[in-house]
Ligand binder design. Sequence first.
Ligand code: ZN
Length: 326
Amino acid sequence: MCDSCAPSTEMISAEEAEEFGGLSRRTLFAGLGLGLAIPAIGLVAGAPTASAASLMDGRWANPALGHFPQGGHFGASRPGGPHAGQDVTNSTGTGVYAAANGTVIRRAWGGGLPGRSGNGLVISHGHDQYTYYGHLNAYHVPLNAEVKSGQRIADMGATGNVTGPHLHFEVHSGGLGRITDPVAFMAKRGVDLGGGWPRIDPGSAGATVVVLQHLMRKHGHDLAVDGKYSSAAVAEVKRFQSAKGLEADGQVGPATWPKLVHTLRQGSKGDHVKGLQAALNKRSAGLAVDGDFGPTTTKAVRSYQSANRLVVDGEAGPITWRALLG
Ligand SMILES: [Zn+2]
């Protein structure tokens, strides 16, 4: 235990433990209330207005699956100063992914940032935006690596001043050292750090739009698969939403995704399988997008589930879909 850590003795509820099925209670308690106190750096109240490029879908991805521990939020009171990031708790070895395209500029203890500890990575995303990943168990990328949004970069761990495994995730916007609330920053870019369905707004583009287009084709909407959420594609989505009794706003979010995805398993064939393969490729699976759910796709699903502490059954159900897309 370090001087600056303020471990919480809060226990999670049985319901929360239930969500994490196979994990022991000890594991779940382990990441609570840790953190970094960063007295030297002031809190930035809000992210600057994002450029059009950084709002493009597919550019930002959920860095890790897990839950928010008590007291692990940005700005949480700590003896040495407010908490500089958002903690995401899961077990050691859980996959950690690049939050956006970028370059690994630090691979060092505490990311070379003052007050931080443990194995850390800093990725530069351009536009003066950076993300920091702390307390890692293992690195999957070298210093100076060019990384893609959603690419596996590390394993979650418990290195440094912690009481258990978790990812300490920071966003710096407007320059390295200018920390901002990662939850709000990511939410503006369609990513729920807590692990919800992503949001696609009209005009966006990217890998998640490709998945959407494949899924829409499965539902009988003849969309081009070009990764662009154009006005023609929006019009088709509005028709789909109306047919499903949803608000026809053209925004693909938590209400629309569950109607679009199918539970898929080995032997499934079609455009929905292409969507799944495209979603797995967002996570560096490197699959051929052929619409045929064979042993290679099963292996990729199992590998993703295992790395993210999901139930490892090789089937793509709603929980796996949500995790892959987020
Ligand atoms: Zn933290």
